[in-house]
Design a protein around this ligand. Structure first.
Ligand code: XBP
Ligand code: MG
Length: 256
């Protein structure tokens, strides 16, 4: 095999991919922040599904104002006000993670452990904040897990969030690797667009809000990463010979 095509790194998305954080994590944290700011807004499950088309919490709040609360746009400190509201939301999300509210999805811990054993680099490319990534990793894998990742690209480190490719370009640059040596694991159409625009082969594991989205261009679409004891369901892609994603399966996808 051409060594350029040997798998060197796996780039994980966070929300929806490592854990199903949106409905019972971020959404609740936004609502708690609204309450703390004396706002009578409530993002219910359906409305939040609509707002998820905009990635990034600050960007999502602004989009909500434009569509549903345009009078709020007249605040002269709008940018700062949104940033403060979002900071409060992040604190609530961290508390939810500390309470252990959201587990990792099937196969995530197993695959991370296997990749470390195989000396394949692991990285994170996410739209959410570094605080949230840290809180999730700490509550699910333990504090030391933060150091297992060779690169963590999060939040405002790049100006343009997914579906722009910027976060993936930034992570690849930090890793010193080309896209052809890596694979991304994503759960959403916006995430897939971002990874594909950075030329990364991309595996999709669908999540609560994303299962009906368009995933054309992905190497495969699965229900989750699967476990030897609990197979994934394959939704799209060439038939696979086992029911859990491992180092070998990921390597096969990048050498296609
Ligand atoms: C995740 C996001 C984030 C989270 C909320 O997208 O879009 O905005 O919903 O987190 P992806 P913040 O999984 O593609 O990275 O409020 O910290 O942005
Ligand atoms: Mg995601």
């Amino acid at each position: 095999m051409n060594t350029n095509h040997k798998l060197q790194a796996v780039l994980f998305d966070v929300d929806g991919t490592l854990a199903d954080t949106e409905q019972d994590g971020h959404r609740l944290a936004f609502n708690a922040a609204f309450k703390q700011f004396d706002l009578d807004w409530n993002w219910d499950i359906d409305l939040y599904g609509e707002l998820l088309q905009i990635t990034g919490g600050k960007e999502r709040i602004r989009f909500y104002l434009e569509k549903y609360k345009p009078a709020e746009l007249n605040r002269n400190d709008l940018k700062e006000w949104i940033a403060n509201l979002h900071k409060t939301k992040t604190k609530h999300f961290e508390s939810l993670m500390e309470a252990g509210s959201i587990p990792l999805r099937p196969g995530v811990a197993r695959l991370i452990h296997e990749l470390r054993q195989e000396k394949v680099k692991i990285a994170i490319a996410t739209t959410t904040t570094m605080e949230n990534v840290t809180a999730l990793l700490k509550s699910t894998l333990g504090e030391e897990a933060i150091g297992w990742f060779d690169v963590i690209g999060a939040g405002d480190i790049v100006p343009l969030k997914k579906p722009a490719p910027d976060i993936y370009h930034w992570v690849l640059d930090q890793l010193g690797l080309s896209a052809q040596q890596c694979i991304a694991i994503e759960d959403s159409e916006n995430g897939l667009k971002s990874a594909l625009a950075a030329h990364l082969p991309t595996l999709i594991t669908v999540s609560g809000y994303t299962r009906l989205q368009n995933f054309s261009g992905a190497v495969a679409v699965l229900s989750d990463l699967g476990e030897p004891s609990q197979s994934f369901t394959q939704i799209e892609g060439t038939a696979l010979d086992k029911g859990w994603v491992d180092h070998k399966m990921l390597s096969n996808w990048i050498s296609l």
